[in-house]
Design a binder for this molecule. Structure first.
Ligand code: SF4
Length: 446
């Protein structure tokens, strides 16, 4: 197939990147989670602990050295050691309150995830204090994965040794790009020289899984530079690489700048170019022996390297989530904490759960959620949904599946659906069509 990059300019279809968030990270969409549903989380917590439902623990660190221009998270770049300690204390009081409830009491973590923000912004003593306290509240001794997001510029030998010693098994390095000019113009705090140093030392410490993140289509990215990035990533030989396509959500400084200048189109590559760049990366990684395992990931050794956090959550695991703005899921109820540190700390200080909004999922929501999230893996088997939900996706999503096939985005067989490369590269856009009618905001198919 001729890619957009190979076509003459006149033939290229241009689908500009406009402001908006198309990435599907959960279902139903967050806009359907409501403050008047918070009481259902309290009700779930009073139920007895379930049998055979895995439990994950998430802790959110909202601190960063600098705010990236494309960042849509609530992050703080000006907090001192005292404020960070107060935040960790609040997070531990929140976790203590949750973990002592009947639904969670006595359960152990199957997986642990430190996200942000920048978890590696914490000093080693702060990290040790945090993790020692967490392990008492929800033991990790049986955890299959302890994942930790890190910004290369925050890592030195002492920090990485500390991260390894607290039990982290999967280190996720936010590399994004290898070019200093692109890193700078996109507001990243780190520079290319810090990437190799951090990676090589981390490798020598024996982390089981080192993942690097890249973003296709950052501001000022060129095809030539993207190819260099892919080559450098392959040279490093990480266990896995995650590649996102740049989008520009409304709450980013990049969008504020567009608005101030009266622009509709973001100053980043158009969608087809980003898809072509990811496709190029997938091809190059495959030539180097990697396997494409989802719309965003290539993995060196799929038998050994797992994404326990992602896979368990998509399977419907419970997630005890603590910290400002964090997202959790308990007993079929989604919840999100207060998104600002002020109201979050006030709620915890007042002895309340700092939950801002929640959503009680229905059986149908859970079926749709699992089906669409797992489509991101590129393959889904009918039997799984018939057995688990008594729902046959062919009946439930007949017109949507037909449409995918007609447009060349998927093939169907007796056992399941397989996305084509073209379908995989734009899966988030396609998933909106599978939402229940009451949850559709951007559906192409109605
Ligand atoms: S490092 Fe991550 S969380 Fe922090 S500002 Fe940049 S994109 Fe946002």
């Amino acid at each position: 197939m001729q890619t957009n990059l190979e076509k003459p300019a006149a033939e290229k279809k241009v689908e500009q990147t406009e402001a908006g968030n198309y990435f599907v990270s959960n279902y139903p969409p967050f806009s359907f989670w409501k403050p008047d549903q918070v009481h259902v989380v309290e009700e779930v917590l009073q139920r007895p602990a379930p049998v055979n439902v895995p439990l994950g623990v998430y802790f959110h660190i909202p601190f960063c050295r600098k705010r990236c221009h494309f960042c849509y998270f609530k992050v703080y770049t000006d907090k001192n050691a005292g404020e960070i300690k107060a935040y960790i204390d609040a997070g531990m009081r929140e976790m203590e309150r949750l973990a002592s409830q009947p639904y969670l009491k006595g359960r152990k973590a199957q997986f642990v995830y430190f996200g942000g923000g920048t978890p590696s912004y914490l000093s080693v003593p702060q990290l040790k204090d945090l993790t020692d306290r967490m392990k008492v509240l929800v033991p990790w001794d049986e955890a299959e994965e302890v994942a930790f997001e890190a910004e290369p510029g925050t890592l030195n030998e002492t920090k990485l040794t500390g991260i390894r010693e607290v039990g982290v098994t999967r280190l996720s390095l936010g590399v994004e790009n290898f070019d200093d000019h692109i890193l700078e113009t996109n507001g990243r705090a780190h520079r290319s020289g810090e990437i190799g140093k951090a990676y090589n030392f981390a490798r020598s410490l024996g982390f089981e899984h080192i993942n690097i993140d890249l973003i296709a289509g950052m501001m000022n990215e060129t095809e030539a530079n993207w190819k260099v990035c892919v080559a450098k990533a392959i040279e490093m030989q990480p266990d896995a690489v995650t590649i996102y396509q740049m989008e520009v959500p409304y709450n980013t400084t990049m969008y504020q700048q567009m608005k101030a200048e009266g622009k509709v189109t973001a100053p980043v590559a158009d969608w087809q170019t980003k898809r072509d760049w990811v496709s190029y990366a997938f091809d190059e990684f495959q030539k180097a022996g990697y396997t494409v395992t989802s719309a965003y990931t290539v993995v060196k050794d799929p038998k050994r390297i797992k994404f326990v956090y992602r896979d368990s959550l998509w399977d419907g695991a419970d997630l005890l989530s603590c910290g400002v703005a964090s997202f959790g899921h308990l007993g079929g109820v989604h919840y999100q904490n207060q998104a600002d540190v002020g109201p979050y700390m006030q709620a915890v200080d007042a002895g309340k759960l700092p939950i801002f909004r929640a959503y009680q999922t229905t059986h149908e929501d859970r079926f749709v959620r699992e089906f669409i999230l797992k489509l991101k893996l590129g393959r889904s088997e009918w039997a799984h949904y018939i057995e688990k939900f008594s729902e046959d996706p062919r009946k439930h999503f007949g017109p949507q599946l037909d449409s995918l096939v007609k447009e060349g985005f998927a093939t169907l067989d007796a056992d399941g659906v397989t996305l084509t490369r073209d379908g995989l590269l734009q899966v988030d856009r396609l998933l909106h069509d599978f939402f229940l009618p009451q949850h559709r905001q951007y559906a192409r198919y109605t």
